[in-house]
Design a protein around this ligand. Structure first.
Ligand SMILES: NC(=O)c1ccc[n+]([C@@H]2O[C@H](COP(=O)([O-])OP(=O)(O)OC[C@H]3O[C@@H](n4cnc5c(N)ncnc54)[C@H](O)[C@@H]3O)[C@@H](O)[C@H]2O)c1
Length: 337
């Protein structure tokens, strides 16, 4: 059993903790945070399924005063594990890395950290082998994770000449009141970081694109124009996507006409927090323009990076050296076969 800690029990951290708990070859030793946030209070009210450690030295009383049991300090937790999943607010992971280094522990960071702090910028499907045996890995952001899943899927079949993307980005997660009440579409300069990130992980595929922030919370949509090296039919593209365990082909005709319909579907399934690990692809929105393939994907931003983070543990330890064996196990334990 590989022993795992999750540091930062926020939007991503709590989902990582659940993801690790589902892996039959990993043990979640505990989670760490600094204050009694809503998610930490919910953990307590659920009966503390995971032990909580205090990551702010001397601030244990803030947690104890809120009635939250504390199992020890962050250092105590790090001493007990083989690998840390750091899901703290962007930039904190770089500081925490000093402790992981001191304790000689491997760590996996999330998209908000800088690439320079890690050995490998990682994606389970696109560059698993590069992460094998490495100490510090960083996951792609939510949009990039889903984007690379789809582009890698086509690339492995027909090769990719180039890719252009348009990202319609949800501006906040549900509950992010600190982002304010918004009514605006804000545009970023090209290329968006997701296009640059795709080229970092898949350097053989030139990519550029634009990103528009939109005042919604239930999922991003990315519209993709992918130029294949070999021509491919719409049916063949849809069949490839249908075979990918982390993609879900849906139909507008069946009522899946929006990002919100996928969120509702996940809630109706009874998935915790309305989470989905899969990216959605709209079947009726796959088309050809010349030989270019046009399609759109839905990114459930709060849960999409969980499978690839499990892959990162498998690579770093290493638990499996072969990509498909590793992603296959993650998929099985997360119920995505
Ligand atoms: N929210 C998303 O949709 C999303 C998607 C993909 C990746 N990410 C990335 O995941 C990471 C975490 O983002 P999030 O949205 O979960 O943030 P969040 O604010 O919801 O959670 C961060 C948690 O870290 C805790 N924390 C802060 N400082 C800490 C410290 N020193 N030690 C331990 N815990 C500490 C906070 O109290 C909070 O609970 C970021 O790198 C972000 O870029 C976020």
């Amino acid at each position: 059993m590989v022993r795992v800690a999750v540091v930062g029990y926020g939007v991503i951290g709590q989902r990582l903790a659940d993801g690790v708990a589902l892996q039959k070859d990993m043990e979640l030793v505990g989670v760490a945070d600094v204050t009694p946030t809503i998610s930490v209070r919910a953990l307590k009210d659920k009966g503390m399924p995971y032990a909580l450690y205090c990551a702010a030295p001397g601030r244990e009383n803030g947690l104890l005063d809120a009635g939250i049991p504390v199992s020890g300090t962050l250092e105590d937790l790090i001493d007990k594990v083989d690998i840390v999943l750091d899901a703290t607010s962007a930039g904190i992971g770089a500081k925490n890395k000093e402790l992981y280094n001191k304790k000689k522990k491997k760590a996996v960071f999330q998209g908000g950290e800088k690439n320079e702090i890690v050995d490998v910028f990682f994606h389970g499907y696109a560059n698993y082998e590069k992460g094998v045996g490495k100490d510090f890995l960083k996951l792609t952001s939510c949009n990039t994770t889903g984007l690379i899943r789809a582009v890698d899927c086509l690339d492995r079949e027909v090769g990719m000449e180039k890719v252009a993307i348009t990202i319609i980005r949800r501006v906040a997660d549900p509950g992010d009141t600190h982002r304010g009440l918004t009514n605006v579409l804000k545009i970023d300069p090209v290329p968006s970081h997701q296009a640059v990130d795709l080229m970092t992980i898949m350097p053989h595929v030139p990519c550029t694109g634009v990103l528009v922030h939109t005042p919604v919370t239930h999922g991003h949509i990315i519209s993709i124009v992918a130029t294949p090296k070999k021509s491919i039919s719409v049916t063949a593209v849809i069949d490839l996507f249908k075979k990918h365990p982390r993609m879900m082909v849906i139909k507008i005709a069946d009522g899946f006409d929006s990002n919100a319909s996928l969120f509702r579907y996940a809630r109706d399934l009874g998935n915790p927090r309305g989470d989905m690990y899969e990216i959605g692809v709209w079947e009726e929105a796959v088309a050809l323009s010349g030989k270019d393939v046009i399609f759109s994907i839905n990114i459930p931003q709060e849960s999409v990076v969980i499978p690839e983070t499990m892959d990162a543990i498998r690579a770093a330890i290493p638990m499996q050296k072969a990509r498909l064996e590793a992603v296959g196990l993650t998929n099985r334990y997360l119920g995505m076969e």
